[in-house]
Design a protein around this ligand. Structure first.
Ligand code: KG4
Ligand code: ZN
Length: 333
């Protein structure tokens, strides 16, 4: 079977085809609008919708061509139904539903964060349920006790900013541009992570929740209190901030592994593409098995949606998520 996946929840138009016999993604296309939104310092929903509208059909066509398939060779269409920006979600969902209707095949509404989680199961070796999951993206920071497919207990989450949001806001303070994560990671390579003493928020608390807005404020004051701001100072701040985030994620993940008695940690979301954070977690959690998707499948992509769709095939679940849901808790699948 061939499953087409459509991702349009934010500023990436991602299209891919997953083949259930080959158990692999046989073709994929990705268009990032990041440069369009850079001048505004963040995603402008209306501009994002327009770009998805322009790109979605040509990208579907290219994805089919690359796989040497025709529309009629598709057996189902999975699309991101939420959470995300309403306009962009509607472009993806209406394209998926109308194509599926015309081809007389099922359309499957996928939860974006479940797709970020499940894409790890495409790797070899793949983690096996139950496992602990850490999802770190632009909109979320979640610790999840993933008991089984579709059964996710949220055991920790951010009480304010998401971790990727903190990267983006700190990048703005450092006047680096958008999206902030990759730019901070690059600049941090030139800096000393021990030069600024930033807090590890909530790590002395007895729960598994996160908070990143205070860390961002600490960066704000560090900049304000530093008389001369040059590239080296910015690099030191970037490295120290990144180290504080990595430490915080490590401390909370360690605690969550202990509390849930798990030995496997599955990580996903855009921030999981950060090599410094990946290394810190691998080093700090020796003795546990840590799973990451390949770097290019951490940030938003169509492959994760196509693959997630395969779990719902023949599940009688296809029409459950008929509406787009800009706010959709993972616990309400
Ligand atoms: O998963 P994703 O592509 O979209 C959401 O579901 O939100 O994550 C995007 C977020 C952005 O905040 C971006 O700055 C961050 O992931 N990000 C990174 C890196 N690459 C992307 N953060 C830190 N280091 C990176 N290399
Ligand atoms: Zn995402």
């Amino acid at each position: 079977m061939n499953l087409l996946g459509i991702e349009t929840s934010c500023d990436e138009t991602g299209i891919a085809i997953y083949n259930t016999v080959k158990q692999s993604i046989i073709s994929e296309q990705l268009f990032s609008q990041a440069s369009k939104h850079a001048e505004y310092g963040g995603v402008v929903p209306e501009l994002a919708s327009r770009d998805h509208l322009i790109k979605i059909i040509p990208l579907i066509r290219h994805t089919l061509e690359e796989a040497e398939l025709e529309l009629n060779d598709l057996n189902a269409i999975a699309y991101t139904a939420g959470p995300g920006l309403r306009g962009p979600l509607l472009i993806g969902s209406s394209t998926a539903k109308s194509l599926a209707f015309s081809l007389d095949i099922p359309s499957i509404g996928i939860h974006h964060m479940e797709a970020h989680l499940l894409i790890n199961l495409l790797e070899i070796p793949a983690p096996k349920f139950p496992f602990l999951t850490l999802l770190i993206s632009g909109g979320h920071c979640l610790l999840i006790n993933a008991k089984d497919f579709g059964s996710y207990e949220i055991i920790g989450q951010t009480i304010d900013d998401a971790v990727g949001e903190a990267f983006d806001k700190v990048a703005k303070l450092l006047e680096l541009g958008y999206p902030g994560g990759p730019l901070i990671e690059k600049l941090a390579k030139l800096g000393d992570p021990s030069s600024f003493k930033f807090p590890r928020p909530m790590t002395n608390k007895d729960n598994l929740d996160f908070s990143f807005s205070g860390l961002k404020t600490a960066v704000f004051y560090a900049l304000k209190d530093t008389k001369v701001i040059n590239k080296q100072i910015k690099a030191n701040i970037a490295a120290s901030f990144q180290d504080a985030v990595a430490d915080t994620l490590l401390i909370k993940s360690k605690k969550a592994l202990e509390e849930t008695n798990q030995n496997e940690l599955v990580i996903g979301g855009g921030v999981a593409s950060n090599k410094y954070i990946r290394n810190k977690l691998i080093e700090g959690l020796k003795g546990s098995s840590i799973y990451f998707p390949p770097i290019e499948r951490c940030t938003d992509n169509g492959a994760m949606v196509a693959f997630a769709g395969s779990f719902y095939l023949g599940n009688n679940n296809q029409n459950k998520n008929d509406q787009v849901r800009p706010k959709w808790p993972l616990s309400e699948l």
